[in-house]
Design a protein around this ligand. Sequence first.
Ligand code: 2AM
Ligand code: CA
Length: 270
Amino acid sequence: MEIYNFGKELIVEAGKFIETRMTQEFKVDSKSNPNDLVTDVDKETEQFLYTKILERFPEHRIIGEEGHGENINDTKGVIWIVDPIDGTLNFVHQGENFAISIGVFIDGTPYCGLVYDCMKQDLYHAKYGNGAFLNEQALAPAEDVPLNQSLIAINPKRILGEATRSPFFEIMAKSRSVRSYGSAALEFAMLARGQISALLFFKLYPWDYTGGAIITGELGYKTTDIYGEELPLLSTTSVISGNPKIHSEILEHFTDDKILHDFHDKFHDL
Ligand code: 2AM
Ligand code: CA
């Protein structure tokens, strides 16, 4: 409970840090490609989280999007997986619709998930086995809405390639309609609220999904890769998340797609 309560206070504090910092000037750089942005605020917020966690729990380890924990290759002990700003493009272009995302694991087992929309002051949180909450309010369990009655969220840029197009397009066509909000963490939050019924992401990093997957898992939503396997903590993968019914409907589209599987397994150039 100590880690959970500390995490909840810390993520809100980090949100205040971002809110203040974003009113000042900050530098925007690109990483792997011109559309993959990082700002000083991402880096400083990760450093803020890193320093505070280690001050309180010196033996814990931290993996962050902006470089912390790059040398971690086992899941022993307590590991915090943090994304200081999930939805950096929204942060830069919109000044909202981004979140801080944290997943905490003990010996590789989920311990708690936290997603904080600091501009709305909405904290989504869950301690494994204890239900999930939006601020003080308990969130409702997953309902078995089928694909043809569902809004689903995707990351559109990733499905423009030949290899990914066919199963993704079939699934999108079957759905009621498709949305793309630009922050996996917030899309998990919308799943937790029942505002969308599934997420479908081609290749994410653990910091994009661990917090959200723990929170939605508490409500009965299922999250796996495109093979139906548990998501890794130390490598990238594609992500399917939704109520058990829609999850299996979506998974069926991927089961026999050898071209996609081949492409998926080789596509490391995020
Ligand atoms: P980010 O803003 O932290 O990078 C947008 O569709 C979602 O995909 C966001 O959660 C975004 O997280 C993530 N994303 C954007 N670029 C990415 C990349 N190069 N690799 C993995 N995830 C990425
Ligand atoms: Ca990020």
